[in-house]
Design a protein around this ligand. Structure first.
Ligand code: ZN
Ligand code: ZN
Length: 80
């Protein structure tokens, strides 16, 4: 049985509790991966490559991991 959280839901269905236990991660709008470290080398190198190729980087965005990971992959360099 799942424990009931303070909101009357279970910890796996309550979005408030999920957001609380979810770390903030960083990503750029055009990127396919998210990062736990905003200054992750892989992240910075990927952004540099865009500029070197004559492109413009999308701004860095952040959000709770459980939402961001729905359509992005976790970075293997800076996993928490
Ligand atoms: Zn809750
Ligand atoms: Zn990373």
């Amino acid at each position: 049985m799942n424990k009931e959280c303070i909101h009357g839901l279970t910890e796996t269905t309550c979005s408030i509790c999920k957001a609380k236990s979810s770390p903030t991660v960083f990503f750029s709008a055009g990127g396919m991966r998210y990062h736990f470290d905003r200054n992750c080398r892989t992240f910075l190198e990927g952004r540099k490559k865009v500029v070197d190729g004559g492109g413009v980087n999308a701004p860095v965005e952040s959000g709770p991991e459980h939402l961001v990971k729905i359509d992005r992959d976790r970075c293997h360099n800076c996993r928490a």
